[in-house]
Design a protein around this ligand. Structure first.
Ligand code: NAI
Length: 346
């Protein structure tokens, strides 16, 4: 008798699993474990044919080695540091992510923050709510028109490209710095490429960061690089907390080098109440109070994006069950998978 396949969802998504069953129901049973910790998986995951996981737990080497017939682990999200993909590779189990579920949402947030700062909307709203200054546009003078201003993008991947297209619609002069995209990208998008980061920063009234956090990009925006921006420019970070030195941002806001900053991501989330950035942002006497927009790592979020995670994760599991080519594999299991398939067949 043919055994029916089993898809295990380790965390976050729970009943009703309509969307997963619509995609997988003819092939497999779908089971949600609602686990908060890896230790809750033992005895419930070993016979999974594919695993879908979110961000509430970490899957380490012991769990991965316990998987008897798993053909795919999908991390339903972008970051995959909470799954031991190296061990999975050794075991011949592909690990895939869902890299694009929130692309538009992150881009919209970055542009939303940039517009709110550059048009003075955040500043005026913050000041007037506490009866500070006259009920007049004069509080934000001088304010420059957006059309023709330069928006500089660090990292022109999925999100950076979406930001570029949006900024072009506002008539902005869009430039990017990204040493890893081949020549010609700028032509396809109709934007300019800066040869160096310094070239980009020198001319950009708004800088928005969309590169991953790597040893190379850690604190890529720091005291020195912020000082290269035009005085009064705006800095947006919706990438990862570690790419921007927020203490340098704080000093730049206090000294006027930055006219405003929009920060969605911090190195430690949530931050402690006595973090200097948080204290300054809450202090009406600090310039950051009116010039800093802080969000709780929310740029990724939309109801549609959450649904995209579930749908795209399920679709990849379906490909795995049917032996079709997988999408977005991040641990390159070509060689190892062949070994696994042979082992499963034997
Ligand atoms: P992606 O991988 O499509 O693009 C990243 C780009 O950065 C690539 O073009 C790459 O060449 C470039 N890059 C790498 N190193 C660089 C460097 N040293 N200088 C300049 N460019 C560099 O990634 P995607 O999907 O566009 O996401 C961008 C980042 O946004 C992610 O790494 C992630 O950290 C962050 N993110 C934040 C979310 C949030 O909720 N705030 C949600 C999703 C992603």
């Amino acid at each position: 008798m043919n055994r029916r396949a089993k898809i295990v969802i380790t965390d976050f998504a729970s009943e009703p699993l309509d969307c997963e069953r619509r995609i997988l129901g003819d092939l497999a049973d779908v089971v949600a474990l609602n686990a908060r910790h890896e230790s809750e998986l033992a005895g419930r995951i070993e016979d999974a044919d594919a695993v879908m996981m979110y961000h509430c737990l970490t899957i380490g080497p012991d769990t991965i080695r316990s998987l008897e017939r798993c053909r795919l682990i999908v991390r339903c999200g972008v970051g995959f540091d909470n799954v031991d993909h190296a061990t999975a590779r050794q075991c011949g189990i592909p690990v895939a992510n869902v890299p694009d579920y929130g692309t538009e949402d992150v881009a919209d947030t970055a542009l939303g923050m940039a517009l709110s700062l550059a048009r003075g909307a955040h500043f005026l709203n913050s000041r007037l709510r506490r009866s500070c200054g006259p009920w007049s546009y004069q509080q934000v003078q001088p304010l420059m028109r957006l059309r023709g201003r330069t928006l500089g993008i660090i990292g022109i991947g999925r999100v950076g490209t979406a930001v570029a297209l949006r900024a072009k619609a506002f008539g902005m002069n869009v430039a990017f710095y990204d040493p890893y995209v081949p020549d010609g990208y700028e032509k396809s998008l109709g934007v300019r490429r800066a040869g160096t980061l310094a070239d980009l920063l020198r001319e950009a009234q708004i800088v928005t960061v969309h590169c991953p956090l790597t040893p190379e990009t850690r604190h890529v925006m720091n005291r020195e690089t912020i000082a290269e921006m035009p005085r009064g420019a705006f800095l947006i970070n919706t990438a990862r907390g570690g790419v921007v030195d927020v203490l340098a941002v704080l000093d730049a806001l206090a000294g006027g080098q930055l006219g405003g900053a929009g920060i969605d991501v911090l190195e430690t989330e949530p931050p402690s109440d006595d973090h200097p950035l948080i204290r300054a942002w809450r202090d009406p006497d600090h310039p950051a109070h009116d010039r800093l927009i802080l969000n709780p790592h929310a740029a990724f979020y939309s109801e549609e994006g959450l649904m995209d995670m579930r749908i795209k994760g399920s679709e990849n599991c379906r490909r795995a069950l049917l032996g079709q080519a997988l999408r977005n594999v991040i641990n390159d299991t070509h060689v190892a998978t062949a070994g696994r398939a042979a082992a499963l067949a034997s």
